[in-house]
Write a new protein. Sequence first.
Length: 536
Amino acid sequence: MWNTCQPNNRPFKITQRRLSRFLPLIIGLSGCAHVGPNYEPAQVDVAAQWLDAEDEHLKTSQPSGNDWWTVFNDPTINRLVEQAYKENLTLRVAGARVLEARAQLGGAIGALYPQTQQVTGNLINNHLSQRAYQAAFAHFFDYTQTQMGLTASWEIDFWGKYRRAIEASDATLQGAVADYDNALVSLIGDVAQTYIRIRAYERRLAIARQNVETQKESLNIAEIRYQGGTTSERDVEQARTELANTQASIPNLEISLRQSLNALSVLLGKPPQKAEDLLGGDSQIPAPPMQVAVGIPAELLRRRPDVRKAEYQAAAQSANIGMTKAQLYPALSLSGSFGLLSSDVGAFSLGDAFQWRSRTTAFGPTLQWNIFNYGIITNQVRVQDARLQAQLINYQNTVLNAQREVEDNLVAYLRSHERAGSLADSTAAAKRSLDLAILQYREGTTDFTTVLTAQQALLSEQDNLASTLGDIAFNLVGVYRALGGGWQIREGQDFVPEEIKQQMAKRTNWGDLLNTASQPKPEPIGTPAGFRAPVW
């Protein structure tokens, strides 16, 4: 026990009974202080409207978030997205990271309570050296001693160090959820864009093969006219050259198609599959609607997971300042122990350990204060503050880049529309030109070079049109992806599938942490943490 002096110089004993009266007050006071700054979000520069908001293909109403991919009215995309959400392995890794952050939050909450609680016990056989100084007074040199006890130590969180740690862990958990959402947004975008590329490659392959058949007919005409003596062998060789060039373009398209199919298989959590096993349905490039809803730039702050993640990182770092700054102040701990100790020396017996007179007790407060740290802690606080400033700037930069990505995809989508319209006209003209050239060549009113030029122009225009139609759909997916839509489909769902939950529960006691429905609703970002029940 401790002794202090009252003003009348009468000794005052701080007994266990008296200290127990002050314990509720001490704990209550520990909830009053939170050293360090409370999180304040950085000011961000957000445009009022998109640059192309007046375009006829856009409308500023709220974009579809849960299932934007359904605007293509393609059942295959819908099925692939659903399958990828259930089976993608990268997404499962992100889900496991959420569970990891949940467990870390539970650890931070547990640190708010008595940090040390130990049950101890030992049975020791001792032999005292007969040449030790104790030997001059000892009558027994061999004895056995047994001891059992309970010790506990609790550093009272006067300055909010542990509550700041909970605040940081809260933000880290929400950041892990935002990471999961960002992985889901990327996954859906990758699936849709890869599928669109596959359909575009299939269309381009069909065009190339169709042109091969047309050029075979032209070669046949040239050979017939050469054999009839109405043209030279040069026409035959030119036709054969053009045919071979077109045939040579097919393997490259087949390579790109196969590689895209392999990429889609991995996104679906499967080994490489054949197109008919993976896709099915009609081989058509998905057609976007005439108008798409894109909302306004300010909605990115709420919709885009990477923007939310950047803000959660800043909030967690803000709490780290308080955790470090608390080390500048005195730390008060309450420590206590109770035990039973006995030995077999003289008339004593090991069995006496269970008698009340064998008890040993100790209880009292401990004060620790790093009064001379030579600027170490102060500079550690400065380090944390500099990191916070970097995180705030990173948040601002993330918002700016989010707007840039949307604008980039919007201009690509809109200009692709314009390009497709021009290419549709030029393709129709090239087809008519080729028909006329072949007719005139049959009649002998033009040479084969005219036919050859018309064939090359038609193949080029058809291939460009197919690519551009794919670009329109591809860039529209990019718009929705940049807007941050799609992650909403995981709301109310667990972050890992049932089979993985069973594997984890079999290895480790996870309590209720594996079930999303059992989790408390997250506090608003930057909310100072209070006392919470332990997560057992």
